[in-house]
Design a protein around this ligand. Structure first.
Ligand code: SF4
Length: 398
């Protein structure tokens, strides 16, 4: 009997800007999600102008990467009136699907376009009955609520023939997938229309008589499902999603690289060795993050999923990127200062990081430089025996 082929989910990575889209595509994403200037839930992110959308979609499609556009705000009537023209525009430039949560928005998408509709996690679809309803309503893919476990997804897939997308990595929301108004009350910012101020990450105090208790009791650890790729495959998940449209270039590049390498290795060999998982987990620690947990993927999240600490900036981060490569040196666009004697790591699109000890460097006019300055260009001798390409990210201690 022929063995059933392994199901390997699509890797869906966020992009908060055109540059981040290019980084995620170059480092291995199968699909990107992003937002235009209106109708999304991340008003503060670097959302895309129409020109940027156009360029981003072209860049992704030329590399066979899909682009989904987020329209997941809960809209009032006055916002809805502007939507049909925008839908016609994004359909024309080739958006592959829209991610929607509001019923009124779904109706508008159906009435004014032939765009594929993915149901946002904001709609909190947690069961097969609900999935059946959304399928009959015209939705082709459901981003299940982050409260759903892998075994529950397996059941939904067995009962309903619909694509399922599930979060595999990133920050969690303490409320039911964003249905929360803490920011509205504490900051005057509407979470359901793009204004979440991450109020659940703050430290809160409780005072009674002479006693005072201060704690970050509403902050969640970050989701990390890298070790569960086989379970995602067995559950029949069609797409694994990374959270974080507002996160850094290094985050976009690293998560795209790690998860695409892991998914490809699983596709080719049918397993993932513990040693490889430990290498990738270490890579996922090389940008700012909270402690990792599998949150709801296997068992329901409990007290041990709360992150009782203040978030700290990681002092290891992106130092710059390779702008161009010449015969014996490359030009680096510097983002954070470093000096001669420092050890850097170049992150190739494929394969292991390239270590580079800086012994000398110079300006574009060949003046020796001891310490770089942010937003400048420097020439650095190429490392031996390793190929360096334009747009590789460079990381190290800041
Ligand atoms: S404040 Fe926290 S719980 Fe509320 S929507 Fe924002 S991330 Fe979610």
């Amino acid at each position: 009997m022929l063995e059933k082929p392994l199901k390997v989910p699509e890797l869906l990575v966020p992009a908060g800007s055109l540059e981040k889209l290019k980084v995620a595509v170059d480092y291995g994403a199968d699909a990107i999600y992003l937002a235009g200037l209106k109708f999304g839930l991340r008003a503060a992110a670097d959302n895309f102008t129409e020109t940027e959308l156009d360029e981003g979609i072209r860049y992704a499609h030329e590399r066979e990467v899909k682009v989904y556009l987020v329209l997941n705000g809960f809209l009032h009537d006055k916002d809805l009136s502007e939507l049909p023209d925008f839908l016609k525009y994004i359909e024309k430039i080739g958006v592959d699907a829209v991610i929607v949560s509001d019923l009124g928005v779904i109706e508008t998408v159906k009435n004014h376009s032939n765009l594929e509709i993915h149901l946002s996690t904001q709609a909190s679809c947690l069961n097969a009955q609900s999935a059946k309803f959304w399928k009959n309503f015209g939705v082709t893919r459901i981003v299940v609520g982050r409260e759903v476990s892998l075994s529950e997804v397996k059941d939904i897939k067995a009962k309903v023939d619909i694509e399922i997308e599930m979060f595999i990595h990133g920050s969690m929301c303490m409320a039911y997938s964003g249905n929360c108004t803490i920011s509205n009350y504490t900051q005057g910012r509407d979470s359901n229309r793009g204004g979440c101020a991450h109020s659940c990450r703050f430290q809160y105090s409780l005072e009674q008589n002479d006693q005072k208790l201060s704690s970050f009791f509403m902050s969640s650890k970050d989701l990390n499902g890298l070790s569960l790729i086989e379970e995602f495959s067995k559950a029949g998940v069609d797409s694994v999603k990374v959270e974080g449209r507002m996160k850094s270039h290094l985050y976009a590049g690293t998560v795209a690289k790690v998860y695409s390498e892991a998914l490809n290795e699983f596709k080719n060999t049918g397993k993932l060795e513990a040693q490889r998982i430990s290498f990738w987990q270490n890579e996922l620690k090389k940008f700012t993050h909270r402690e990792y947990a599998e949150v709801n993927l296997i068992e329901k999240a409990g007290a041990d999923t709360v992150y009782f600490e203040r978030e700290n900036e990681n002092n290891y981060g992106m130092l710059g990127r390779v702008l161009e490569v010449k015969d014996e040196y490359f030009v680096m666009q510097v983002r954070h200062a470093f000096e001669v004697g420092h050890s850097l790591e170049i992150l190739p699109f494929k394969g292991s990081p390239i270590k580079l000890d800086i012994q000398n460097m110079s300006s574009l006019t060949n003046e020796p430089i001891e310490r770089t300055k942010p937003s400048t260009l420097v020439k650095i001798p190429l490392p031996r025996e390793r190929v360096v390409e334009a747009n590789y990210l460079i990381r190290g201690f800041k």
